[in-house]
Design a protein around this ligand. Sequence first.
Ligand SMILES: Nc1ncnc2c1ncn2[C@@H]1O[C@H](COP(=O)(O)OP(=O)(O)O)[C@@H](O)[C@H]1O
Ligand SMILES: [Mg+2]
Length: 288
Amino acid sequence: MVSSPVCGSLYENSVRAKSVVRNRLSACFAVAANVNRPVEISIRGASKSFSTQSGERVTVFTDLSFDVYRGEFLALVGPSGCGKSTLLNAICGEVDLDGGSIMVESNGNKGQRRSISVVWQEDALMPWKTAMANVEFPMIARGVDVEKRRETASKWLKTVGLDGFLHSYPLELSQGMRKRVGIAAALAPHPRILLLDEPFSALDLYTKLEIENELLSLWAEAKITVVMVTHDVHEAVGLADRIIVLTSRPATLRAVHLNPLPRPRNLRSLYGEPQFHDQVRQVWALMK
Ligand SMILES: Nc1ncnc2c1ncn2[C@@H]1O[C@H](COP(=O)(O)OP(=O)(O)O)[C@@H](O)[C@H]1O
Ligand SMILES: [Mg+2]
C-alpha cells in the first residue's frame, strides 16, 4: 500500500502526539514511583559542545534535565555519537559543562570522584599489574591501608568468580574475566554511584548474560546507584528501573520510560517472558 503524504503526516502527527502523551505520563509515573527516594544525581539544563579540528563548534547535548534517584538502576539509551559518554564524563567530573549543572547529592561538585566508580567500554586494566593489584589500585588513591586493600580486593575478586585468578595478569584472562576484574575494581572502594559505559558490548551473549545477572545481584546487595549507558534495548529493559531515551545529536531528552518488570530478576527466565518483550517494543517505539 502506498500512503499519500497527507495520510503519512497525519499518521506521523498522531503517533508523535501519542508518544508525547505517553512520555509525559511515564515521566509522571517515574516521579511517582520514586517519590520516597532521595535524589542522588541532579542534572539541570546541562549543555556541552566541543570544538572540532576545523574550528567548528559541535553541540553534543543541550538543556538536559533529569534526576537519578538513590539506589535506582538507570539506563541511558540513544544513538551513537549523541553524547552519552560525554554525559557520564560530566557526571564524574572529568568534563566541564558549558551550561547548566550536575550535582551529586551531599558531595556538592567537589569530591564527586570519591563516591563514583566507572566501568568503561574498553578494558581499563593495567596489563603489568595482577588482578589483585588492579583491584587494589583505586583504593590507594582513597587512602585505604595495605592490609585492608588486600583483604577487600581478594574478597571482591572471589565475589565475581575469580577465586583462582587473584595473581593472574590481564593477558592471562579472557575478555569476560577481565570485565569481572574491572567490576571488582569499581566496587571495591564502596562507591555510592557506579557509572557503566557500554561495559559488556564486546562480550559474547552467554558471558554477557552471566555477568549481567551477577551485576544485578551485586547492585541489589550493595544498594548503590547505577547509571548505565547502553545501545542494547534488551540490556536496558533487563537491568534498569527507568530508561532515559536521548535524541540524536545535539541530544535532548526524548523520553523517560518507567520499567515495571518486577525484581529480583533473572535474565535467563526474563528473556522468555512476554512482558519483557512488550517493554522492549515500547522502548524501541520511543527511539524511532
Ligand atoms: N574530547 C572531545 N573533543 C572533541 N569532540 C568530542 C570529544 N569527546 C566527544 N566528542 C564528540 O562528541 C560527540 C559525542 O561523543 P560521545 O559522548 O562519545 O557519544 P556517544 O557515547 O553517545 O556515542 C561525538 O561527535 C564526538 O566526536
Ligand atoms: Mg559512548
